[in-house]
Design a protein around this ligand. Structure first.
Ligand SMILES: [Zn+2]
Length: 78
């Protein structure tokens, strides 16, 4: 088992989108976004990020990911 020196702040996001390849399939995806809470993970103000700040950033990334189009394997390889 690996040991983590720093606490990880995870965010699990899910989405359900229609395939961008045009086949009409509904694609479900899930993704984990994470950052570690550590003294070197600094925010714009030069201070270590707080759990709250990290969470806000992860939510922002998750939102962008959730609106991004997805293509199923068969359309992708077509
Ligand atoms: Zn498709």
């Amino acid at each position: 088992m690996p040991t983590y020196r720093f606490q990880e702040v995870p965010l699990y996001a899910k989405k359900s989108v229609t395939c961008a390849g045009g086949c009409g399939k509904t694609l479900r995806r899930q993704k984990k976004f994470a950052q570690t809470l550590n003294p070197f993970n600094k925010g714009a103000d030069g201070r270590p990020k707080t759990t709250r700040q990290i969470h806000a950033e992860l939510s922002e990334k998750a939102k962008q990911w959730q609106v991004a189009p997805e293509t199923c394997d068969s359309c992708f390889h077509a």
